[in-house]
Design a protein around this ligand. Sequence first.
Ligand code: NDP
Length: 325
Amino acid sequence: MNYRRLGSSGLKLSELSLGAWVTYGGQVGEEVAVKCMSRAYDAGVNFFDNAEAYADGNAERVMGNVIKKLGWRRESIVVSSKVFWGGEGPNDKGLSHKHVFEGCRNSLKRLQVDYLDLFFCHRPDPNTPIEETVRAMDDLIHDGKILYWGTSEWSAADIMRAHGLAREHGLTPPQMEQPQYNMLHRDRVEKEYLPLYREIGLGTTIWSPLASGLLSGKYNKGVPPGSRATLEGYEWLKENVVTPQNIAKAKQLEPLTKELGCTMAQLALAWCLKNPNVSTVITGASRPEQVNENMKAAEVAGKIDSSLLEKIDSILGNRPRPDRD
Ligand code: NDP
């Protein structure tokens, strides 16, 4: 496993990491989570991603139990959570000082840890001034509850605003973003955030590298039973992701796996790893076998050269173009 710096920070994250969305505490229980997490850890994964919203807090409970059960040294792992969707009450959501403080306190309890390494604002909150959120995050850092804070799916302009406010008031600026990034979804990471990597040393912990599984090729011959697209509450995947156009692209990419001697999932994950502005690719897995397969993507990345990247670009046809002056 290779380790990459989280942007300009000194923190090192395994380039492949593991997240809990949909899966742990929801689609599958603790027995499966133990197997997936321990296989990832044994392969060198040090970053485990979570959020207060995942399975209404159950994903954090499960990950917390697993971390405890496996007796991992706290120093050997990087644990995250995200705040935004904490519950139904008017102050159980958003990025007010109150909810950021209480959301963090509740996540720490569920994960059974004293501090979070990374804490993300899960979305922008139009109803809270950015300065209030920056101050709340800075307070948590000074209280020793979190080490680094960042955003998820914020615009480059809002990230720069948060950064500027922090600098102006002597507060801690955001260090990382958690955007969606995969072969089908490229603009933010490859274009919108481009100046931020250079100017503020932004790190990225990217999500849905397989587009919820579609880029593993598993939907090429129809929707397999038990897959994410069959789960209650995820019907939108069939409308938005498992579309004939996306499946056609997945099918066109398939022959490239023969050249590389890899699986489709490994190719799609390796493609994300080729972007040097990606600090870590957060994988998801509902089965331990998927973890085994996905963790080999790092070796595949070493075999992808620029001519293959061009071939992939010509199939995808979605490479972001720079703006003209
Ligand atoms: P992926 O796009 O990689 O999808 C993972 C899913 O694809 C698995 O749960 C599994 O689903 C299927 N899969 C994985 N590996 C394979 C394989 N080798 N072969 C076949 N199927 C496979 O990632 P996620 O969408 O799960 O996102 C990863 C993480 O990113 C999340 O856990 C979360 O931590 C984070 N995230 C953050 C978001 C944010 O807003 N900040 C939003 C979404 C995710 P199945 O077997 O059920 O079909």
